[in-house]
Ligand binder design. Structure first.
Ligand SMILES: C[S@@+](CC[C@H](N)C(=O)[O-])C[C@H]1O[C@@H](n2cnc3c(N)ncnc32)[C@H](O)[C@@H]1O
Length: 226
């Protein structure tokens, strides 16, 4: 049987770049990396003056990369890595992973005991996550059953609060220990209520390396919760 995350996997892709007045600022990989080591070595082989995606992982200040809605910084990546649960095999699912840039940078920081996968509607949008780390759904209304086995869900700049509601209704499970929401502060009011009747309590991550207009919220099971 064909694994559904490989069935519609992206193949070769033309390299892309962003030309600015100062020269080539950003360069995208020519093809999706097949593992984290390939991704890293591609990035390290570039000339020093080119800002590769990996350079964003070492930036002290949040910087906006065109392949990710959330501004990326080293402190943000470290804080995200630090709040992940510890264990021998931690499964993290980023729902609506887009290009997978943030997820692939996290993947490279973490030990092999972490499996970070993305979910997207179309295989065409993924650029950075290895194909074996991708799942695809039939449309924006659709849910990925892998959520029912993942320890952590990540939603970065989700478009629709109802999607989280549906995931909580259908795929919440005892081993789900964190839901991480990343997005613009002005959007959070639309999402806070999503968790109101859930078994999760919310913590806003302060000084987490996000841009001033963005925030990270962590939902964890309430200690004495339902
Ligand atoms: C605003 S983009 C954010 C992408 C990425 N997380 C980022 O921060 O750059 C929202 C993404 O969610 C995806 N999406 C929408 N509905 C989805 C669903 N039901 N399952 C998985 N992805 C979905 C869209 O295709 C889109 O790529």
């Amino acid at each position: 049987m064909v694994d559904d995350r490989q069935a519609a996997a992206p193949r070769d892709r033309a390299p892309g770049g962003l030309l600015t007045s100062e020269g080539l600022l950003i360069f995208f990989p020519a093809a999706p990396a097949t593992n984290r080591h390939q991704f890293l070595s591609r990035s390290l082989n570039r000339p020093a003056n080119i800002m590769t995606p990996i350079s964003f992982a070492s930036s002290a200040e949040p910087r906006h990369h065109p392949d990710c809605c959330m501004a990326i910084s080293q402190p943000l990546l470290h804080n995200l890595a630090n709040i992940l649960p510890r264990g021998p095999a931690i499964s993290v699912l980023s729902i609506g992973s887009g290009t997978g840039l943030l997820e692939s940078l996290l993947l490279q920081m973490l030990e092999d005991s972490y499996d970070i996968c993305g979910v997207e509607v179309s295989p065409a949008v993924n650029k950075y996550l290895p194909e074996q780390n991708m799942f695809f759904v039939g449309g924006t209304w659709d849910l990925c059953p892998q959520a029912g086995k993942s320890h952590v869900w990540i939603f970065t700049y989700p478009r629709e609060p109802k999607l989280i509601v549906k995931y909580l209704e259908l795929h919440d499970h005892a081993s789900l220990s964190k839901i991480i929401w990343l997005g613009p502060k002005m959007d959070w009011q639309d999402y806070e209520g999503v968790f109101a009747s859930s078994r999760f309590s919310l913590t806003v991550l302060e000084d987490c390396g996000a841009a001033t207009y963005e925030m990270v919220v962590v939902a964890e099971p309430q200690v004495n919760g339902p």
